[in-house]
Design a protein around this ligand. Structure first.
Ligand code: ADP
Ligand code: MG
Length: 249
């Protein structure tokens, strides 16, 4: 199995707080892997490091065999590696379609934006992806008028606009209702199986991550605590301890 993402010995500190310490993990191409850990264990920081949001203090990050730890967010996005946020980042005053269009790769976006001319290809792609996430009927509504769960679906569709090779999803189901959770899980699976997108998913909902991921990494206090198949992780005493007795809850 070829690893699409290889994180090796990554360290990231904020002042005295060591958010990630010597983290090593890899994700094979075409798979859905999970990342869990108590609050404050360094999951989001690791995602931020991987996508180039901030420089790392030590270690290496390779995407498709290429060192990316010195690149910034736009350069890494152009290679096909994107993340979505714990909080949604949609433009609330724009319609769903408009949100989708501005998420198209930059080369198209700048031109269409400047001349107020939207490429038919982008519009078609936007509509197809809105259908894919079940928001087609709401395509002309302002994003701010969608429910929180629907905004998350929109954000996911926006990420798909640039045809990523891999997506890092930070708590995709947080704060959304059970019906939408199942819908979102199905979409994540289909993005993986139909579009071939590799996924690494941070998730607090154990039912979701156990069902979704083939392999799970668990962080605690910034370090890798355990990794394995969902069943093994679920019954791993170290993981249970970290969740039940973790200093951060
Ligand atoms: P998780 O996503 O697992 O809940 P985070 O990666 O958000 O954890 O946080 C890990 C640790 O790093 C926490 O102690 C948090 O307060 C700290 N941290 C994260 N980002 C910053 C930042 N930008 N500045 C200072 N401290 C931060
Ligand atoms: Mg987080």
């Amino acid at each position: 199995m070829t690893a699409i993402l290889e994180v090796h010995g990554v360290r990231k500190a904020f002042g005295g707080v060591v958010a990630n310490n010597d983290v090593t993990l890899s994700v094979p191409e075409g798979k859905i892997f999970g990342l869990i850990g108590p609050n404050g264990s360094g999951k989001t920081t690791l995602f931020n490091s991987i996508v180039g949001y901030h420089p790392i203090d030590a270690g290496s990050i390779r995407f498709q065999g290429r060192e990316i730890s010195k690149l910034r967010v736009p350069g890494i996005a152009r290679l096909g590696l994107l993340r979505t946020f714990q909080q949604t980042r949609v433009y609330s005053k724009m319609t769903c379609v408009q949100n989708m269009i501005i998420s198209a790769p930059r080369t198209h976006r700048d031109w269409s934006y400047m001349f107020r001319r939207i490429s038919p290809t982008d519009t078609r792609k936007a509509e197809e992806l809105l259908k894919f996430v079940g928001l087609y009927a709401k395509r002309h509504l302002r994003a701010g008028d969608l429910s929180f769960g629907q905004q998350k679906l929109l954000e996911f569709a926006m990420a798909l606009m640039s045809e990523p090779k891999m997506l890092l999803l930070d708590e995709p189901t947080a704060g959304i209702n059970p019906t939408l959770i199942n819908g979102l899980m199905n979409r994540l699976r289909r993005a993986n199986s139909e579009f071939g997108i590799t996924l690494l998913v941070i998730e607090h909902n154990m039912r979701v991550i156990m069902n979704l991921a083939e392999h799970i990494y668990c962080l605690a206090h910034g370090q890798l605590l355990a990794d394995g198949a969902p069943e093994a992780i679920q019954s791993d005493p170290r993981v249970i301890d970290a969740y039940l007795g973790g200093a951060h809850g």
